[in-house]
Design a protein around this ligand. Structure first.
Ligand SMILES: Nc1nc2c(c(=O)[nH]1)N[C@H]1C(S)=C(S)[C@@H](COP(=O)(O)O)O[C@H]1N2
Ligand SMILES: [Mo]
Length: 352
């Protein structure tokens, strides 16, 4: 555990699930998970601009400043943002598999209310041509260097089809300007997709009529390992269905007293349809009561009262089914970077 803690840098902070109990639908900004690869740059709005360029524009480059963007028709929506590696440690703790990357539990996720302009409007304003296929949004944070290799500035291709569908160019998070660590002044939010797509500190976007590549869709953020081609799977897109209890791991609960189990489930495939909970390590399952809305792009909250009858260790499990009919499986298929954990998590508690 200590070694894992040490491997998390300043740019790696999890949301604490226990603190979400009784909180509202959104994760408060100061408790939202944080992840970045180098440093969070300090950017002044007065000098910041966003430039679109490339052969996928009908004319030359087009530049927007902060106020140009904020003057465009805005949208506010709840959406989860989740790192592709959320749940990575369960490959090891539940499946005894070795994976590399930031050792996240289930807290590399949060939901915020995001306000911004649909990327579609920005692209149309800049004169995107009909034959544009890929975008390359790029951050203003310093170049990413690992093991002596300079991968350049943070950037990842985004298909035009997704960009035109539901991607937002965001300035507000939970009703206030983005904080520095979450991408001030402007970031992308790419709903349902791996967090790496939601480029922070956005500085420019290449618009291209041919497919684009960057290390973040070739070397990283694909599935690698046994069963995958040597170049890896296709670049990762949407996040699988997952569930979490709003409870500390190893929480102590009194025997013979009613306790309200609460949690949240989400899926990149669409809204959550139902959730089942087991308090006996998966031997039996009970439908949880859904609380509040069940909408796409965001998590659904649920609860189930439980009166633990026996002292000792108990294993809680929750499994959700989404709109597409996908249910969390007991395990998650292995890939050596530990992306896209999709299994039911065994949550140990101690009945005292
Ligand atoms: N410019 C830039 N954007 C970035 C990153 C980064 O390092 N630099 N990290 C990405 C990754 S891997 C994740 S999971 C999310 C995390 O966003 P958050 O810190 O706001 O939670 O930002 C993404 N956007
Ligand atoms: Mo991430």
């Amino acid at each position: 555990m200590l070694r894992e803690e040490l491997r998390k840098g300043d740019g790696d902070r999890e949301m604490n699930w226990e603190e979400m109990r009784g909180a509202g639908h959104q994760t408060p900004t100061d408790r939202f998970f944080v992840h970045y690869h180098t440093e969070a740059p300090a950017i002044e709005v007065s000098t910041w601009t966003l430039t679109l360029h490339g052969d996928g524009l009908r004319g030359g480059p087009v530049t927007f400043d902060y106020h140009d963007l904020k003057a465009m028709p805005s949208v506010t929506m709840n959406a989860f943002l989740e790192c592709a590696g959320n749940g990575r440690t369960f490959y090891t703790s539940q499946q005894n598999q070795r994976v590399s990357g930031t050792p996240w539990g289930l807290g590399a996720i949060g939901v915020a209310e995001w306000t911004g302009v649909p990327l579609r409007h920005v692209l149309e304003h800049a004169g995107i041509s009909d034959d544009a296929v890929d975008l390359m949004p790029r951050g203003l944070d310093p170049s990413y260097v690992e093991d002596g290799v300079d991968y350049g500035r943070f950037r990842r291709p985004l298909p035009v089809s997704k960009a035109m569908k539901d991607v937002l160019v965001v300035w507000d998070m939970n009703g206030a300007p983005l904080t520095r660590e979450h991408g001030f002044p402007i970031r992308l939010i790419v709903p349902d997709w791996v967090g790496v797509a939601s480029i922070k500190w956005l500085g420019d976007i290449e618009v291209s009529t041919s497919p684009l590549q960057s290390p973040w869709n070739t070397d990283f953020y694909r599935l690698f390992g046994l069963g995958y081609p040597s170049e890896g799977s296709a670049p990762l897109t949407s996040m699988p269905v997952k569930s979490a209890f709003e409870l500390a791991p190893g929480a102590k609960l009194p025997r013979g007293e009613d306790f309200l189990l609460t949690g949240r489930s989400w899926s990149g495939n669409g809204a959550i349809r139902s959730v089942e909970v087991s308090t006996d390590g998966g031997a039996s399952w009970t439908p949880a009561r859904m609380v509040g809305p069940r909408e796409r792009h965001t998590w659904a909250q649920w609860e189930l009262p439980w009166c633990p009858a026996r002292r000792g260790q108990a294993v809680l499990m929750a499994r959700a089914t989404d709109e597409l009919g996908v249910t969390e499986a007991l395990g998650s298929p292995y890939n050596n970077k530990g992306y896209l954990w999709s299994g039911v998590v065994r949550h140990n508690v101690c009945v005292v």
